[in-house]
Design a protein around this ligand. Structure first.
Ligand SMILES: Cc1cc2nc3c(=O)[nH]c(=O)nc-3n(C[C@H](O)[C@H](O)[C@H](O)COP(=O)(O)O)c2cc1C
Length: 173
């Protein structure tokens, strides 16, 4: 049976994710890309990963950069996310940026920012997997995350945590 790549992609879209912008120092100026492949890997040592499409015009710049900054987007970043997902749109000009100690800026008002040194890259089929060691991080304590689900931006329903979940009183309390 032929493998249906389109259906495979759609099926992967059933896994809801957050959205992040990865920034790195480009040849002259910092560049950015919208991703939803960001994932935590290890607490000790602190490692994270994301995957970069080998066909991207930005592939060489990101995989060669000594480090990268991960900004976890909130619902207010929807336009920024769309802009940095446009083919050929790599520039951060005009975006509200927050300086970092290590280099590539983060996006202002991000839910969290991770400053990473590139630890290793791995071949991942048509993507390159970039493993980063987190050297510094910061986070906001509040704010709704931008969510990507079934090929569309979305947001979390503001529901209460399930019965019995940590922090939620039950009938027995
Ligand atoms: C929500 C969302 C998530 C994305 N996640 C990734 C990703 O994890 N890795 C990736 O390489 N591209 C991802 N993309 C695509 C890039 O943002 C961008 O569209 C693509 O790199 C454009 O081509 P260019 O880099 O050649 O300009 C994502 C796009 C969107 C809208």
């Amino acid at each position: 049976m032929a493998f249906d790549s389109r259906a495979f992609r759609d099926a992967l879209g059933a896994f809801p994710t957050g959205v992040a912008v990865i920034t790195a120092s480009g040849a002259q100026r910092p560049i950015g890309i919208t991703v939803n492949s960001f994932a935590s890997v290890s607490l000790d040592p602190p490692l994270v990963l994301w995957c970069m499409d080998k066909r991207s015009q930005r592939h060489e710049a990101f995989t060669a950069a000594p480090g990268f900054t991960v900004s976890i987007l909130g619902t207010g970043h929807r336009e920024v996310s769309s802009r940095l997902a446009r083919p050929g749109e790599h520039s951060l000009d005009g975006l509200p940026l927050t300086a970092t100690e290590l280099g590539p800026p983060g996006l202002t008002d991000s839910l969290a920012i991770f400053e990473c040194a590139r630890e290793k890259t791995f071949d991942g089929g048509d993507h390159t997997i970039l493993l980063g060691r987190v050297l510094r991080f910061s986070r906001k304590l509040e704010g709704p995350p931008l969510v990507f689900f079934r090929g569309k931006y979305s947001a979390l329903a503001q529901s209460k945590p399930p019965e019995g979940a940590a922090g939620r009183p039950t009938d027995k309390d």
